[in-house]
Structure formats: structure tokens, C-alpha cells
Design a protein around this ligand. Structure first.
Ligand code: 8X3
Length: 259
């Protein structure tokens, strides 16, 4: 990845932060964006200490269409071509059945997971097509393959990410641009804290009694997908913890067995 320019959204925590760490370690130049700039600045400091690579930080909410447009216009007009866009920013809100769901929660998920991904991609992809090279890597989910009770709108957004990945992949046929999704199952991040709005006890229980994926596990896959030779396009990867075989089959160890 030496010298390649990687743009990562939602880079202030979790999978995005781990991607930034691994890509910096692999010698990439980074632009890391998120809403929480103080966390990005701290990450930049840590990475700059460990790796001799250029890191740009930008405060950006991918839901904000005008802000994304201004950001991508500025970035691309500086001749700062993006080699890899990691569309990682995403979130889940609530687990209510649809008939009890919060419309505000739905809008936040749709605006971030679907529209935010589209805004970023619309800003960056034309330049990749013009250069006949580049790679869009979307963070999907196993929730984009199988629905589960209360997942409704979150599931729909991740099904959309999968459909958009497949659609963009067809649209750029004949160019050197690559398009991929990495679709994880249960990864221990702030995801459940956000889903349950800071209910730490409920969030902790999601990851109890088995070994979930770590953000680093997924970042390794993203790096592998990005680092594949230019003639190889890994369209989709689905990654579960060994203890989870589907959203419906999760092997939790009996605490009694641990003595
Ligand atoms: C995260 C995985 O199963 O909580 O997207 O939806 S799940």
C-alpha cells in the first residue's frame, strides 16, 4: 500500500480506526474523516509517532450532503487522487419492531449508512473512473444478507449497501476501478452502545459468553481486499466469529463450564 492514498470514513473508532492503523502500518497515505475530530487528531498523533506517513484529518458528517460535496470537491481539486475509499461510517439505532420504531432512528440509519455512502461515492468515484483506477470498499454486514427480528430498517440499509456495491460494480465494468464489500457478523465495538443509546449493560450482554470479532480482524480483511493485485476484485466477503454461524446460530459458552 506504500504511497497509496486511502480515505476512511467513520475513522474515529472501531473498524474505521483499526483500518487507519493497519493501512498506516502498510505505508498508505491517509485521509481520515469522522464527526469527532478530537479523536481523529489523537489517532493521527499516535499513528504519526509509529509510522512515517502523511495523515490528513477532516471533521465531516457523511449525512451532510453539502459538507460531503465541499469536502470531496476540495480533496479532488487539490490533485489529491484517492486510491481507496473505505466507506465505513455507519450505525444502528434501536431494535424495536417496525410498528414501534422511531422514525428519527430510521432516518439517521438511512442518512448515514445509505445516503452518506452514496454522497461520498458520488464525490470520489468519477475521479477514479477518469483515472481508470481506484477501489471503493464498503463496510456492509451480515445484516445485509439475513434479516432478524427488530433489525428491519438497519437490515434494509445493509441490504442496500450490498445492492449498491453490486450495482456500482456493474456500472464501472470496463474500467480498472474495483468495488468490494466486507460484511462482518458480531464485532465488539461501540456498535451496540450506539444501538442501545449508551445502555452499557445491554450492550455488554451482546458480546457476552463467546468470542466476537475484533475491529482488527475486520481491518485485516479490508487491507487484504485493498492490497490484492489490480486484476483481482474481491467483490464480497462475509466474516463471522467462529462462535457465530448466522444471526440465528450463536454459540454462547455456559459460564458453568468455565468452573
Ligand atoms: C452488525 C452485525 O448482527 O448486529 O452489523 O446486525 S448485527
Amino acid at each position: 500500500m506504500t504511497g497509496r492514498h486511502v480515505l476512511i470514513t467513520g475513522a474515529s473508532a472501531g473498524i474505521g480506526e483499526s483500518c487507519a492503523t493497519l493501512f498506516a502500518g502498510a505505508g498508505a497515505r491517509l485521509t481520515i474523516v469522522a464527526r469527532r475530530t478530537e479523536r481523529l487528531e489523537r489517532l493521527k498523533e499516535n499513528l504519526a509517532e509509529a509510522h512515517e506517513t502523511q495523515i490528513e484529518v477532516a471533521g465531516l458528517d457523511v449525512q451532510d450532503r453539502r459538507a460531503v460535496d465541499a469536502f470531496t470537491t476540495r480533496l479532488t481539486s487539490q490533485g489529491n487522487a484517492v486510491d481507496v475509499l473505505v466507506n465505513n461510517a455507519g450505525l444502528s439505532r434501536g431494535l424495536a419492531p417496525l410498528h414501534e420504531g422511531s422514525i428519527q432512528d430510521w432516518e439517521e440509519m438511512i442518512d448515514t449508512n445509505v445516503k452518506g455512502l452514496l454522497y461520498m461515492t458520488r464525490g470520489i468515484l468519477p475521479h477514479m473512473v477518469a483515472r481508470n483506477s481506484g477501489h471503493i470498499i464498503n463496510l456492509g454486514s451480515t445484516a445485509g444478507h439475513i434479516v432478524y427480528p427488530g433489525g428491519n430498517v438497519y437490515n434494509a440499509t445493509k441490504f442496500a449497501v450490498r445492492a449498491l456495491t453490486e450495482g456500482i460494480n456493474l456500472d464501472v465494468a470496463g474500467t480498472g476501478v474495483r468495488v468490494s464489500t466486507v460484511d462482518p457478523g458480531l464485532v465488539e465495538t461501540e456498535f451496540s452502545q450506539v444501538r442501545f443509546r449508551g445502555d452499557s449493560e445491554r450492550a455488554r450482554k451482546v458480546y457476552e459468553g463467546y468470542t466476537p470479532l475484533s475491529p482488527e480482524d475486520i481491518a485485516q480483511v479490508v487491507l487484504f481486499v485493498a492490497a490484492a493485485p489490480a486484476h483481482v476484485n474481491i467483490l464480497q466477503t462475509v466474516v463471522y466469529p467462529t462462535d457465530q454461524r448466522s444471526p440465528y446460530v450463536l454459540h454462547r459458552h455456559d459460564p458453568e463450564d468455565d468452573g
